[in-house]
Design a protein around this ligand. Structure first.
Ligand code: GLN
Length: 479
């Protein structure tokens, strides 16, 4: 019999419905796999042991009945440790479920555990985690990407069936690209952020990391929708995404922005992405040259706005109500200082300092306000481009996975690894990364597909058509 851990959610769903497989069979294969591999990959920070009999009793009518899913460690699960891979949240057990968790439970999904991430989602490599780095299943000396690196590595290594990540500047798409799996950042407002521990509230979105496009459509259908607990979630109907899984891109206009094919883009990545664009063209899409002229300001804009919001959001971690508290202190101020100095890692401290500086009186107008204005320009670039095309296709990451340690002492070069993913967050657009090639070292390469706000359907259509006509998503790392 096929190894259940390597199957997709939609295939397992069929097998469960037919009665050929029980959820407990899937769990047992997955736990064997985790036992054998996760000592090397380190995708998980905590593994649950769901009860087999209980798993088999799930409501078969649920859209994810009996399907195991792994949750990034910044999404609150009631009474389960949720730490954002930070010492400052050690032992924190949220008293409530995030809305996405409630929705998953309601559809019968089985929560398998928590995946590793960069501390508070600050990073592109999973190396800022207080638990140490996750390894890329394709090459254990390399990073899996970040910040949702644990989720992407778990999916790539067949240690889970589905995973959730969060994406503020690329944290779903970049690790998906580097691990050879599918990752979707939904439109800002498509998925409730209630219970997602905030990094930058105007940019954060939760989204699926999966083995194929159909699973991403299935999972988005479950987690999307308006939520009165998150005032930024938008009240628009959630389409049946399964209906957008058609193998046809004829007539679709695909924009290729010249500003994304520049110096710093690895030649192998460029060749793969251009090859993929040609595949779409051969399948009937119309390729249009477009320009997104403010792209060059995206990284600097993001690194004002994101740390500014992060510094405000992280102010609540003071050791008073929950999480880590310094053992000894002279007085209250001293307790705050010691708690925060001990609890936060270097990257978190860097972001807090940067953000606080940008927001301080006298600098607010020069930095934060200015960045907000540039953000508007970036959004307007896309508004204009979407007059001429239905989708935009770009590389997801300028390079394939880099070596562990390679960029840790050079924050600027680390920040530049998000050059292609950040604009979608600044503009609030949906964007997906799908596998589109391999480097000569057999490392996965991803392409990014962006659409207008709330048009995830067209992304699914193009991604599904590409996937069904290529073999990249079927490759597995040799572990
Ligand atoms: N790598 C980017 C950063 O460090 C994006 C992270 C994210 O999307 N959470 O901010």
């Amino acid at each position: 019999m096929e190894k259940l851990q390597s199957l997709t959610a939609h295939r397992l769903k069929e097998l469960i419905e037919k009665g050929d497989v029980r959820p407990s069979n899937i769990l047992s294969d997955l736990f064997d796999r985790i036992k054998a591999l996760d000592g090397k990959v380190k995708a998980f920070v905590r593994v649950n042991k769901p009860d087999a009999a209980e798993a088999d009793r799930v409501n078969k009518a649920g859209k994810l009945a009996g399907i195991p899913i792994t949750i990034k460690d910044n999404i609150c699960v009631k009474d389960e440790e949720t730490t954002c891979a930070s010492k400052i949240l050690a032992d924190f057990k949220p008293p409530y479920d995030a809305t996405v968790i409630k929705k998953l439970r309601a559809e019968g999904a089985i929560l398998m555990g928590k995946s590793n991430m960069d501390e508070f989602a600050f990073g592109s490599s999973c190396e800022t985690s207080c638990y140490g780095p996750t390894k890329n299943p394709w090459d254990l000396e390399r990073i899996p990407g970040g910040s949702s690196g644990g989720s992407a590595a778990a999916v790539a290594a067949d240690e889970t069936i589905l995973a959730l990540g969060s994406d503020t500047g690329g944290s779903i798409r970049q690790p998906a690209s580097l691990c050879g799996v599918v990752g979707l950042k939904p439109t800002y407002g498509r998925v409730s952020r209630y219970g997602l521990i905030a990094f930058a509230s105007s940019l954060d979105q939760i989204g699926p990391i999966t083995k194929d496009v159909e699973d991403a459509a299935l999972l988005l259908g479950v987690i999307a929708g308006h939520d009165e607990m998150d005032s930024t979630s938008v009240d628009v109907p959630v389409p049946d995404y399964k209906r957008s899984l058609v193998k046809d891109v004829r007539g679709l206009r695909i924009g290729v922005p010249k500003e994304y094919f520049i110096k710093g883009l690895d030649k192998e990545v460029e060749d793969s992405v251009r090859g993929a664009i040609n595949v779409l063209k051969d399948l009937g899409a119309k390729i249009v040259d477009i320009s997104l002229p403010h792209t060059e300001y995206a990284v600097s804009t993001y690194y004002i706005i994101a740390p500014a919001e992060a510094s405000s959001n992280l102010a609540r971690f003071d050791g008073v109500q929950y999480g880590h508290r310094a053992k000894t202190s002279k007085d209250m101020i001293d307790m705050y200082i010691k708690t925060r100095s001990e609890g936060f890692g270097n990257e978190a401290k860097r972001r807090i300092l940067l953000g606080t500086y940008c927001l301080s009186s006298g600098y607010y107008d020069a930095y934060y306000l200015k960045a907000q204005k540039v953000r508007t320009r970036i959004r307007e670039d896309f508004d204009k481009a979407f007059g001429a095309c239905d989708l935009v296709v770009t590389p997801t990451s300028p390079t394939a996975a880099f070596k562990i340690g390679e960029k840790m002492d050079d924050p600027l070069s680390m920040y530049l690894s998000d050059i292609y993913t950040i604009p979608a967050n600044l503009a609030g657009l949906p964007a997906m990364s799908i596998p589109c090639g391999f480097s000569k070292n057999s490392l996965p390469i991803g392409m990014q597909i962006l659409a207008k706000p709330f048009d995830e359907e067209t992304i699914f259509r193009a991604a599904y058509t590409f996937e069904q006509n290529t073999e990249f998503h079927k490759q597995k790392p040799k572990l």
